[in-house]
Design a protein around this ligand. Structure first.
Ligand code: MN
Length: 280
């Protein structure tokens, strides 16, 4: 290990509305952080007012990337055009590889109470954009929680910790790391993050510093990490919880068209045509 990653940018996100009026905060995929290759979008939804979420995300398509839904509270029902249907609840993750195309809905399975979670969009390399759609879906009890001597709890959704705990979600093109980390006040956690990966943290609760210096990332804030081969994260004077996410840079051209993310404009137009013709 040689270079410890530092926070190079903070973002408190942008309030947005998507689907049928779901209020959310967009941290990646907006003006602040347009993208962080291979990550195209990061939304956080958190509300106990049903008006903010009850409309859900009715039927819509995706092509060319992966959508990762990680729930912290509440329940969402998903249903697609090839018969896959289920509910994900607090602590559950759904990693959906849209590949060449899927049409699905994502709707709240509740009429009141708190709904909270994240959706992350992970790009696919050109060679995998037209692959068969696939799901990896795990309930909370099937996501390994590594408990360290310091009291740190690391839920390993994808990737491998330095202590060797392997995540539930595997065989993803961009070899992502997706960790949900709970740190005791003042304690630290170190994790290898290959130089070929971009990385960021999102602080759910508390406050976290990287490399023991620089900007403190506070609650509901994204901290983009700079270059390095590992990161050391330290909680402030309260217990803290954060996501640490890293993924292999693709360094490919990105053509975005709403729910389709391809390499060229022509491929995006083709996606619209294929969707309209019912080829998904
Ligand atoms: Mn979707």
């Amino acid at each position: 290990m040689t270079v410890s990653r530092k926070i190079i940018k903070l973002s408190s996100g942008l309030l947005a509305s998507d689907g049928a009026g779901v209020k959310l905060t967009r941290f990646i995929g907006g003006p602040d952080v347009d993208m962080l290759d291979p990550f195209l979008l990061l939304d956080n939804f958190k509300s106990d007012n049903p008006k903010d979420y009850i409309g859900g995300f009715p039927s819509h398509p995706h092509r060319g990337f992966e959508t990762v839904t990680y729930m912290l509270a509440g329940r969402m029902r998903h249903k697609d055009n090839v018969g896959h249907e289920g509910v994900i609840a607090a602590g559950d993750v759904q990693w959906m590889t849209a590949g060449r195309g899927i049409v699905h809905s994502e709707m709240p399975e509740q009429e009141d109470g708190l709904l909270e979670g994240f959706q992350l969009w992970v790009n696919l390399p050109a060679k995998d954009k037209m692959s068969d759609p696939a799901y990896q879906e795990f309930s909370a009890e099937n996501i390994t929680a590594e408990i360290q001597d310091s009291g740190t709890i690391v839920k390993v959704i994808s990737g491998e910790t330095d202590q060797g705990t392997v995540g539930a979600v595997k065989y993803i093109s961009t070899t992502p790391l997706y960790l949900d980390i709970t740190l005791k006040a003042g304690s630290s956690f170190t994790q290898t993050t290959p130089e070929s990966h971009n990385a960021f943290i999102y602080v759910i609760e508390g406050a976290v510093q990287a490399d023991g210096a620089g900007d403190v990332v506070t609650e509901k804030t994204l901290g983009v990490l700079g270059a390095g081969d590992h990161v050391t994260l330290t909680a402030g004077d309260e217990n803290s919880r954060l996501l640490l996410i890293a993924g292999q840079r693709l360094n490919e051209p990105v053509a975005r068209g709403g729910p389709f993310v391809m390499n060229t404009r022509a491929e995006v137009l083709q996606a619209y045509q294929d969707y309209q013709k019912g080829k998904f």
